[in-house]
Design a protein. Structure first.
Length: 75
């Protein structure tokens, strides 16, 4: 998968990977459709950080979830 190309499929892949890595109990609340291509680079930065860290502290998980919430499209 070429994540250098912004696409909705790549956003879906990144969100699903982040949810898996964070073991999010409320993963259903975070749908890839809630993110736009305009936030792609910021989302990619979060994805790269999450995937490349072997372990995440509770405070890191909270910060990541907060950042993802900031990146979501307003409903």
């Amino acid at each position: 998968m070429d994540l250098s190309v912004p696409s909705h499929a790549n956003i879906e892949h990144m969100i699903e990977s982040i949810k898996t890595k964070l073991r999010m109990a409320s993963g259903a609340a975070m749908q890839s459709s809630a993110f736009s291509l305009e936030q792609y680079e910021d989302l990619r930065d979060v994805y790269d950080m999450v995937i490349n860290k072997p372990n995440l502290s509770i405070s890191e998980v909270e910060a990541i979830v907060s950042e993802l919430g900031r990146l979501r499209n307003p409903s």
